[in-house]
Design a protein around this ligand. Structure first.
Ligand SMILES: Nc1ncnc2c1ncn2[C@@H]1O[C@H](COP(=O)(O)OP(=O)(O)O)[C@@H](O)[C@H]1O
Ligand SMILES: [Mg+2]
Length: 182
């Protein structure tokens, strides 16, 4: 079988970093933290509000360089992980969180009101899931709602899906009605 290279993406606060670490332990995989890579290689510019905007072509190049110099399964995590081209990834996990709960997590992280709202709206609109499916197709994308799941349970679900025991097809989650009801 080809080497597993699993992307873990999702809106900030959906639990990517925790999930990636727990999954890596189970698979004996190496974790590539895309945010750290972007910082270390200084391949970003700063937005007016201080947000780092990654240079995507350079990010892809650095990622490829990183996997070419390593062996064994790889997990690449970060909110841009699904933007790595299809030929390099075997699986794409998109983590989801109910907007109201996500809002709490982001406020707890001291995100500004504006940043929090931007991210919560992106989550309500399925932005990352939609991009992931557009690039990688339905069959490679696994959607997991972590709202009520411990990280270890989310990992268990994904391992069950890898083993073909359960489907985790995109499209189960729908936050729209709840989010725009207010
Ligand atoms: N499955 C989960 N259930 C409840 N809280 C979670 C879960 N996963 C992550 N969290 C919490 O949400 C916050 C964001 O988690 P983190 O892994 O840093 O997210 P991300 O890397 O996607 O930004 C942390 O405070 C973490 O403790
Ligand atoms: Mg993180």
């Amino acid at each position: 079988m080809a080497r597993m290279v699993i992307a873990v993406s999702g809106t900030p606060g959906t639990g990517k970093s925790i999930f990636a670490r727990a999954l890596a332990k189970k698979l004996g995989a190496q974790v590539i933290d895309l945010n750290a890579l972007i910082k270390k290689k200084r391949i970003y510019r700063l937005d007016v509000d201080g947000t780092k905007i990654a240079n995507l072509p350079k990010m892809r190049k650095e990622f490829v360089r990183a996997i070419q110099s390593s062996h064994g399964p790889v997990i690449v995590e970060g909110l841009l992980a699904h933007l790595i081209p299809k030929r390099y990834l075997t699986h794409v996990v998109v983590l989801r969180t109910r907007p109201r709960i996500l809002e709490r997590r982001l406020r707890a992280r001291k995100y500004s009101k504006t940043k929090t709202r931007e991210n919560v709206e992106a989550e309500a609109l399925d932005i990352i899931l939609w991009e992931a499916v557009k690039i990688h197709g339905m069959n490679r994308v696994y959607e997991i709602d972590t709202t009520k799941l411990k990280p270890s349970s989310a990992v268990k679900l994904f391992l069950d899906a890898l083993a073909g025991k359960i489907p985790l097809k995109p499209g189960k989650v729908n936050w729209l009605e709840e989010y725009y009801k207010k």
